[in-house]
Ligand binder design. Structure first.
Ligand SMILES: [Zn+2]
Length: 116
């Protein structure tokens, strides 16, 4: 059997898409055969024709299923959003030999705390 026909046949067997994270932290899915990005839930790779399977991703999505948690805590009366220095959640970390306040929720420049 010719190699390219063989390769085409192999692509008929569903292959699990690969979940990756891009530079800005967005989840992308790539074709395991040609490594190109595939659109979510596509059943076939548009670049190379690989038949795709999403069953593992579906499982991990369900397991990861994001929920929202709320925690109420007290802050100083003069606390304003984004003031990590006064936030009880922040912790001190070393960055380039300097101590900086770090947000455990990674919201340092995008504070989502609601003040009541
Ligand atoms: Zn492909």
């Amino acid at each position: 059997m010719q190699n390219d026909i063989r390769a085409e046949l192999i692509k008929q067997f569903p292959a699990e898409v690969v979940e990756i994270m891009d530079a800005v932290g967005t989840t992308c899915y790539i074709c395991p055969t040609c490594k190109r990005v595939v659109a979510l839930k596509n059943d076939k790779c548009e670049s190379c024709g690989q038949v795709l399977s999403w069953s593992y991703i579906r499982q991990s999505e369900a397991a990861k299923g994001m929920r929202t948690a709320t925690l109420k805590f007290e802050v100083a009366s003069d606390f304003v959003q984004g003031d990590c220095r006064k936030c009880p959640l922040s912790y001190i970390a070393k960055e380039n030999n300097e101590s900086v306040y770090q947000c455990p929720l990674k919201m340092r420049t995008n504070c989502k705390l609601e003040i009541f």
